[in-house]
Design a protein. Structure first.
Length: 287
């Protein structure tokens, strides 16, 4: 009997870390549903893949209605990779009126995970950032942060969500794993959306040439988190080198704020309220 290839759903799959992740997964024989905002760019990226199989499907993560439509079209998924993101763009709101970085980087992936939960067979991988360590969740006004502060907040939200999802999956007795990953410091077109100014100049002209690794290397922790059989729920996979900037994938320790159960409960509740998606996983502390 022929073994069926694993099906992966990867958001932001047409460029940067998303494309590098998609290529690594298809090279391993996987089937990847490429979640992309622009179908033309998605098709062009798909044409660059050499092995495995893939399909292109459009999803605008800045619009929760688009996320719902995308999820409704997914029949089977073994591994969901919540990868796509935006970084320090000019002040922008999502279709539902939320600060766009929090909306795209966290809320859309919270909603997508919840909508697909009954079809996921193996694991959810949520891509955070080393900058989650600099983030702070402004529960009094999650839309207030701007620029790189909002980016750091959204990446902390990714980490809090991934760990809280693991808690709730374990408490409900499900075998699905929730795993976190971050790329270290990688060169991607995520940075092309950064608002003009000193931060963009330092990032693109100084930081990238000196410190950054190529997207293919930056994707290694995500691919490891998505494919290694021994990865456990709740683990955070990142580069093992100095400052978690580069190096072979390894298990890292998240910032204390990421593993704080109270942050997890509060973020889960507000995410359900903002997205209207309720994954059906109760609070373990309420049992």
């Amino acid at each position: 009997m022929r073994h069926m290839a694993l099906t992966y759903v990867v958001t932001g799959a047409n460029s940067g870390l998303g494309f590098a992740t998609t290529k690594a997964l298809t090279d391993r024989g996987g089937h990847v549903v490429m979640g992309v905002r622009d179908e033309k760019k998605g098709r062009a990226a798909q044409a660059r893949l050499e092995k495995g199989s893939s399909e292109v499907r459009v999803v605008d993560l800045a619009d929760l209605e688009s996320v719902r439509a995308f999820a409704a079209g997914i029949e089977r998924v073994d591994v969901l990779v919540n990868n796509a993101g935006v970084m320090a763009p000019p002040p922008t709101l999502s279709a539902q009126g939320f600060e766009v970085q929090f909306a795209v980087n966290h809320l859309a992936h919270f909603a997508l995970t919840g909508l697909l939960l009954d079809r996921i067979t193996d694991r959810v991988v949520t891509v955070s950032s080393v900058l989650h360590r600099k983030g702070r969740l402004r529960f009094d006004d999650l839309n207030a942060a701007r620029g790189n502060q909002a980016y750091n907040q959204s990446k902390l939200a990714n980490a809090v969500f991934g760990i809280e999802l693991d808690r709730r999956l374990r408490a409900s007795g499900q075998k699905i794993r929730s795993v976190l990953a971050h790329p270290g410091y990688a060169v991607t077109n995520l940075q092309a959306g950064v608002q003009e100014g000193l931060y963009r100049t330092l990032l693109l002209r100084l930081g990238n040439p000196i410190l950054a690794v190529p997207a293919e290397q930056g994707a290694r922790p995500t691919v490891f988190a998505a494919t290694e059989p021994g990865v456990q729920g709740g683990q955070f996979i990142g580069p093992s080198g100095l400052g978690e900037m580069r190096g072979a994938p390894g298990v890292i320790t998240p910032a204390p704020a990421a593993s704080d159960p109270e942050n997890g409960r509060r973020l889960w509740a507000v995410s359900e309220e903002m997205t209207g998606v309720r994954p059906g996983l109760g609070d373990p502390a309420a049992r």
